[in-house]
Ligand binder design. Structure first.
Ligand code: GDP
Length: 531
């Protein structure tokens, strides 16, 4: 809770909505699994992956993900831990899927940064961290794989401080590393935690001690290691800042826990950290005002749309972050963009890996609303107020390629598939005024592979991407007369996006400058508002 915030209703105050950011392989999946285990959402570690296997067709885990070990889709999972309700929003790991990741990070109040104790801050960690920083998101750090040979503790902390320019406050301190790793000294609670190597799903033994001079320490930690621990902790107290909740909530300081996700070690301490220190659901920005979570009317914003989660129904699920209020199933909400009422009769909460009907939800929760395409990224739902949530980024397509169905008879089919992905926000799709085929625009090259693979899997439609004569796209808007004049002479460069809006395609910046000069009343933009 930030100092200037009022006390929230208990149901809202107990919610923690966060994402995990990590470089691939640092242990995000393993940590997620342990969260679910300790949240009582699964019985046994290993189920997250196993479920993924069984549900591959839901497009959660498509074949390419398994081949390349990358995760394409984000989903939300809710579970209880102690008195808290955690909403964990999964972020896709690969750098090429950053569009989705960026949008996901607008739906959370905090992030857990997982780093590998032997590798430290890696490229993807840094990128994701920067996105969090843009929003001043509070970040908790988990230094994983301490059961393996790790780098020196001070070195790891230094690297985070210097690379990411954030203060790091140790919440725990590792005792030994690799084969010698015993456990941690819990600095925030003055406790000793010992890792159990025999049972990976068991929580570590906690030994209450009274500070570093407690004789009980010597019963559990060999003399040499104890001397080193005392020395290091003393140095840490001198050199490193102590945990300061305000600095953490403002995004200037990250507390760091050391552990081993696979051994269930340090995970509960991290969960306690999120629970105890927060943050609670935060106010959400709109064009006109900030919406506070404790406001009674229900409001929410779509931050992600996912198609084909269930191949039997060609439905889509819009993921909504509730910004305020207490939502109940069956509620009629205003779909602000279309100004039409919408009865939300079958919302889903993603409890663990299963969809369940959401009878109710509170500010901070993520709910899914199945729909046939009415709900788009950035759309607001309210109880009547005309709100436009801001902060959901739109991306300029930086790479353009033509796309064709391998079977030319399937062009209509392909159009349908492409429109669906365009509405999901997975790519920009342009239909040129002249000629056949489509042009697809993405931010990262790997997105083309993901698209090709999804179109083949979800629509049984092999496609080919090919070089396009264009390299840039600009949305064009302006008064009708000027627009008509412009369209008439530039037909070969004009396409329409999935909303029917006009896009100018070219390979020369010079062209764009010229049009700006020749048609001063037209506005050319590299991104399109999501609304
Ligand atoms: P992700 O790519 O970030 O989701 O990483 P995963 O959770 O899939 O983990 C990557 C690899 O590291 C897997 O082989 C895990 O079994 C392993 N791993 C995860 N946590 C630990 C840990 O605490 N210690 C060790 N030694 N290996 C771990």
């Amino acid at each position: 809770m930030l100092d200037n915030r009022p006390t929230l209703p208990p149901e809202i105050a107990r919610r923690r909505t966060f994402a995990i950011i990590a470089h691939p392989d640092a242990g995000k999946t393993t940590l997620t699994e342990k969260f679910l285990l300790f949240g009582g959402a699964i019985q046994m570690a290993g189920q997250v992956r196993a479920k993924g296997e069984a549900r591959r067709t839901r497009s959660d885990f498509i074949k390419m993900e398994q081949d390349r070990g990358i995760s394409v889709s984000a989903s939300a999972m809710s579970f209880d831990y102690r008195e808290f309700r955690f909403n964990l929003v999964d972020t896709p790991g690969h750098s090429d899927f950053s569009e989705d990741t960026y949008r996901t990070l607008t739906a959370v109040d905090a992030a857990i940064m997982v780093i590998d104790g032997a590798k430290g801050v890696e490229s993807q960690t840094r990128k994701l961290f920067e996105v969090c920083r843009l929003r001043d998101l509070p970040i908790l750090t988990f230094c994983n794989k301490m059961d393996r040979e790790a780098r020196d503790t001070f070195e790891i902390i230094d690297e985070i401080q210097e690379n990411l320019a954030i203060d790091v406050a140790p919440a725990s301190w590792p005792i030994g590393s690799g084969r010698e790793f015993l456990g941690c000294y819990d600095i925030l609670n003055d406790r000793l935690e010992l890792m159990d190597r025999a049972d990976r799903n068991r929580v570590a033994e906690t030994i209450e001690i009274k500070g570093l001079d407690d004789p009980k320490l010597a019963q559990h930690v060999p003399a040499g290691m104890l001397a080193q621990l005392r020395e290091e902790l003393e140095m840490a107290r001198e050199l490193l800042p102590a945990f300061d909740r305000k600095a953490f909530l403002e995004g200037h300081m990250t507390p760091i826990w050391f552990g081993s996700a696979i051994n269930s070690f340090g995970v509960k301490e991290l969960m306690d950290g999120i629970g105890n220190y927060g943050p609670e659901p935060q106010p959400q920005p709109t064009a006109s005002r900030k919406v506070a979570p404790e406001e009674t009317p229900v409001t929410g914003v779509v931050f992600k749309v996912q198609a084909n989660m269930d191949p039997k129904h060609r439905d889509r699920v819009a993921f909504i972050r509730l910004a305020s209020g207490h939502f109940e199933r069956g509620m009629k909400l205003l779909h602000v963009r279309s100004k039409k009422p919408m009865a939300v009769s079958n919302p889903v909460l993603f409890l663990a890996a299963d969809r369940e009907l959401a009878e109710e939800a509170w500010a901070g929760d993520i709910i899914g609303i199945p729909n046939h395409g009415q709900l788009r990224i950035g759309d607001a739902l309210t109880e009547g107020e005309d709100l436009r949530f801001t902060g959901i980024p739109s991306f300029a397509p930086e790479l353009l390629r033509g796309v064709r169905a391998a079977d030319p008879m399937k062009a209509k089919h392909l159009e349908k598939a492409l429109m669906q992905f365009a509405e999901e926000g997975a790519a920009k799709v342009f239909k040129p005024m002249i000629g056949s085929g489509f042009i697809v625009g993405v931010v990262g090259a790997l997105q083309f592979d993901v698209l090709a693979s999804r179109i083949e899997q979800e629509y049984a439609l092999p496609v080919r991407f090919e070089a396009s004569q264009f390299t840039s796209a600009r949305w064009v808007a302006g008064p009708k007369a000027e627009m008509d004049k412009f369209l008439n002479v530039n037909k070969g460069h004009i396409a329409h996006d999935h909303d029917g809006d006009v896009v100018y395609l070219t390979r020369l910046q010079w062209d764009i400058d010229r049009i700006q000069r020749d048609y001063p009343e037209l506005k050319l933009t590299a991104t399109k508002e999501m609304l």
